[in-house]
Design a protein around this ligand. Structure first.
Ligand SMILES: *Cc1c(COP(=O)(O)O)cnc(C)c1O
Length: 360
């Protein structure tokens, strides 16, 4: 018997069991080819079905039309911090919304390629919320506005797109990609490392509107140019086939959950269950401001912070793992990505009550 815990890790995170079970079968003999899925040539027909299955699956889920290019890359979201400005900072100026460590890292890389203007920041409030629409100021003429839709470390999430003043909107969606319906017409580019909410580590998705891509810089190192990968349909060199395969299975799984509307409704329900439990008494204290609360990463403290170590330890013993907060902020964090079942959140809610009775 396989023993599986409820895995609340922030990334790599939990994956749908159905997808993992299917991958297990594919390890030795993929669909009667006599080769494991990892052994397929990336120039073969069976691999192409996986590759374009993922690209088209992502487009279908998001309702992206032919005006979008979906790229499958390597280097994680962190390489996108560089590729975005290298390719898209054509006029030498971009605006960044600073809502946490990942946004800061993105802005830091952009500064190597031009002028970065801070459109809004909530650093003075220790990133406990995202800026309201009226706080975002974008100067005319910037090449794009960059923001982080979900702040994995601080447990905050945008529930609206920031106003861009007409500039193309570029989003790091690493930790909430494909977790809810998206108003795609508001975006010009979206990227995400796969390992938070899409699949395993190793693949990175970058989606660009084709008109933006057409204006992108061309005189770049080959591998760092979006055009290279767009022209070659993300097969310029060997792609991360295995990570793409698992992401493809996860994508199919998402379709079976009712697409983004279906999974979005479930994610909302899971988050509500958990926040309601945390809000119930003063024993627990969610750290994000209410309007900015993330549906993916629920960050909280115990009123008595000295009990947090014990909380994490006893939770682990109860089969609820990965609840320690990021080392930069401490506290506790439950990452409840797409693949976390409602039963996992229910088990955590039961544990919250149980722990409070024992330690309160
Ligand atoms: C994890 C994370 C990153 C970094 O992703 P890598 O794939 O490890 O480079 C960037 N942005 C956000 C929002 C993240 O959660």
């Amino acid at each position: 018997m396989t023993h599986r815990v409820f895995n609340f890790n922030p990334g790599p995170g939990t994956l749908p069991e159905e997808a993992l079970a299917e991958a297990r079968e594919a390890l030795l003999d993929y669909k009667g080819t006599g080769m494991g899925v990892m052994e397929l040539s990336h120039r073969s027909k069976p691999y192409e079905e996986i590759h374009f299955g993922l690209i088209n699956g992502i487009k279908e889920l998001l309702g992206a039309g032919d005006d979008w290019e979906v790229l499958l890359l390597q280097g994680g979201a962190s390489l996108q911090f560089s590729m975005v400005p290298m390719n898209l900072m054509t006029g030498g100026r971009a605006a960044y919304v600073i809502t946490g460590e990942w946004a800061q890292r993105a802005a830091k890389e952009a500064k190597r390629h031009g002028t970065v203007e801070v459109a809004a920041t909530t650093e003075a409030e220790k990133f406990r919320r995202v800026p309201r629409a009226e706080e975002v100021k974008v100067e005319p003429g910037v090449d794009y506005l960059h923001f982080t839709t979900n702040n994995t470390i601080y447990g905050t999430q945008f529930h609206h797109e920031p106003p861009t003043g007409g500039a193309p909107l570029v989003a790091d969606m690493s930790s909430d990609f494909l977790s809810r319906p998206v108003a795609l017409d508001r975006y010009a580019a979206i990227y995400a490392g796969a390992q938070k909410n899409l699949g395993p580590a190793g693949a990175t998705v970058a989606m660009l509107r084709k008109d933006l891509l057409a204006r992108a810089k061309g005189d770049l190192p080959t591998m760092l140019s979006y055009r290279t990968h767009a022209d070659a349909k993300s097969l310029y060199n060997t792609p991360p086939c295995w990570a793409i395969y698992i992401s493809f299975l996860c994508c199919q799984w998402l379709q079976r959950q009712g697409g983004l509307a279906g999974i979005g409704e479930r994610n909302e329900r899971k988050a509500r269950l958990l926040y309601d439990a945390l809000d119930e008494t003063g024993f627990y204290r969610p750290t994000a401001e209410r309007e900015s609360r993330s549906q993916m990463n629920v960050t909280f403290r115990l009123a008595d912070e000295t009990q947090e170590e014990r909380f994490a330890k006893e939770a682990t013993a109860a089969g609820l793992v990965g609840l320690k907060g990021h080392r930069a902020v401490g506290g506790l964090r439950a990452s409840i990505y797409n693949a976390m079942p409602v039963a996992g959140v229910e088990a955590l809610v039961a544990f919250l009550g149980d722990f409070e009775r024992r330690a309160g």
